[in-house]
Design a protein around this ligand. Sequence first.
Ligand SMILES: C[S@@+](CC[C@H](N)C(=O)[O-])C[C@H]1O[C@@H](n2cnc3c(N)ncnc32)[C@H](O)[C@@H]1O
Length: 388
Amino acid sequence: MLPVPLFHLPLPPPAAQAASAALAAEIDAEIAASGGWLSFARYMELALYAPGLGYYSAGSTKLGPGGDFVTAPELGPLFARCLARQLAQLHEAGIPDVIEVGAGSGALAAGLLKALDALGRLPGRYMILEVSADLKARQQARLSAEVPSLVERVSWLDTMPRDLEAVLVANEVLDAIPAHVIRARGGGIEEMGVIRAPDGALVRAYRPAAGPLLRAALALDLPEDYETELNLTARAFVKSFARVVKRGALIFIDYGFPAVEYYHPQRAGGTLMCHYRHHAHDDPFVLPGLQDITTHVDFTAMATAGVDAGLGVLGYTTQAQFLVNAGITDILAETPAADVRAYAPLAGAAQKLISPAEMGELFKVLALGRGVDEALIGFARGDRTHRL
Ligand SMILES: C[S@@+](CC[C@H](N)C(=O)[O-])C[C@H]1O[C@@H](n2cnc3c(N)ncnc32)[C@H](O)[C@@H]1O
């Protein structure tokens, strides 16, 4: 049965409703096969990545004004131009290649390639690791149209190469990795899962947590009656990238906090969020496959995963500070304010990227690295590594 959309969400077109119903049937089959209860992390994985039907695997427009949410690269060229300056510094330091993980619409890849070309710092190879076949096709079409002379350096990876000398960039990817939901209750830790209720709705159901999830949750020392998320897969993801980089950096940009803020006693309801057609809400069980489901990133856990795999922390700061350090104001100043048609969109994007009320404070940049001796320009001022 199709879940009833929250009353304030736009009704999806019939074909989308049918696709959502097909995914709901797959989810029902998994719930049945796993004894009537499915871990939320597995539900999130199916809702986002089930082949052909999951949110990121199916063919709808996800990013930008016509989609469900807007990311920094979708706001125009500014974000990519700033990040390119950081990549150019690493290129100059002898790190030849770039790998982008989760390239979405291809906006960041196109912007980075153009900006690195202009800086005379094109990477030898620009590799993309993308889990969604639909997004991969969109990226290929966009890059062929926007940067035809550079597209031959771009390749799409099926597996991660080893012994890389590269900078890995992942913008808003860690928040899309399926997370476990846990709660501290009755002196113990429970894991949230999903069951099919007698009235046909998908609803939350809790079980005692076990194994690695329980061990990781106990380490957080959560207060009683506290619900939150814990992302074991994102930790493993960072470790797996760390292991294949012989020399280079991993740059993660996303919304989130260090553990001390993430698991602050006042954040007792967690950070789980859903996005559908620019409406944000917290019910992950409506419209499976049609809405994005995300959790904020615990940057302490990501840094620890990197350090455990032998990397050092090269820097951690807010997106605003990183972009200012990378020269966003110089880039803006290249366009005369009197040229309103050119300047107004740039100024509007800059405001969204750096304003504390928009993306500037909530979004953070974490750089991990191996064999990089240079102090990275993006963290020259306002580095917050000590807060991790
Ligand atoms: C929220 S979108 C961000 C897209 C883009 N980076 C941007 O900033 O606009 C998340 C992206 O990560 C991809 N993704 C999620 N998990 C992934 C994984 N395990 N490996 C590679 N890509 C993944 C999704 O398919 C999607 O392209």
